[in-house]
Design a protein around this ligand. Sequence first.
Ligand code: GLN
Length: 272
Amino acid sequence: MRMTNRLAVLAAVTTLAIGGAAGCAKEDKGGTTDTGVALIKSGSLTTCTHLPYAPFQSKDSSGKVVGFDVALIDLVATKLSVKQEIVDTPFEGIKSGADLNSGKCDVAAAGMTITDERKKVLDFSDPYFDATQALATQTGKEVKTLEELAGKRLGVQGGTTGEDYINTQVKEKSLKIEVVSYKDLAALQQALATNQVVAAVNDLPVWNEYIKANPGKVVVAAGFDTGEQYGFAVKKGNAELLKAVNEALAAARTDGTYDKIYAEWIGAKPAA
Ligand code: GLN
């Protein structure tokens, strides 16, 4: 009799445990959240990015990928009751839509500027950051205009809007600059530090971050007001995920989370 009771209790506890587990899993049914957002990997929001691109995404001392974009996409993951998982991959595959189309990731977050060309192959979120291009040189070797770079080497980052901007300027103004394209931001910054180029162009916030991390070495010598805006991207037609991204962004702007993340990763906001 006593034995039977014990078994009954055990059975009840087991049922509860299974019920509890099923309750937890309901947010993520084999790659689809309970709000109907399909994800490539069950339980994860997989993000494609291209490292390093501080302060938007870079590895901290423990190897964890952190930054402004990471913090914002974490809000989307939280909203979907999943964890963000980050995949580091070349920028070309991100901006061409290839990575999203092939199911390498659900969302792209890479300090990526919204452009008409990219809009043809990606669906962008609402803009989440304003940026311009900036020309950096070593301290004491400032160059104020592109014209001054005649006969010299200017570094750009391959596949970026900065590269496009410089190539257009060189063509339109028939500038005699030797434009050298580097595969990522780290290589570009290294080239500037080691005099392989006399100046380098990239987005202003990444130069500001570099100068913060390496004080006194490099300066922003000139700016180009390209009026860019960053957007997160999803595979064309993925309206459910895009909606979740935009809702998370809107909520963060309303409740002050966006400002907190901005202050943490970017610093003081420019005067509106
Ligand atoms: N904002 C630039 C672009 O979209 C650079 C992005 C990057 O290098 N991650 O082209």
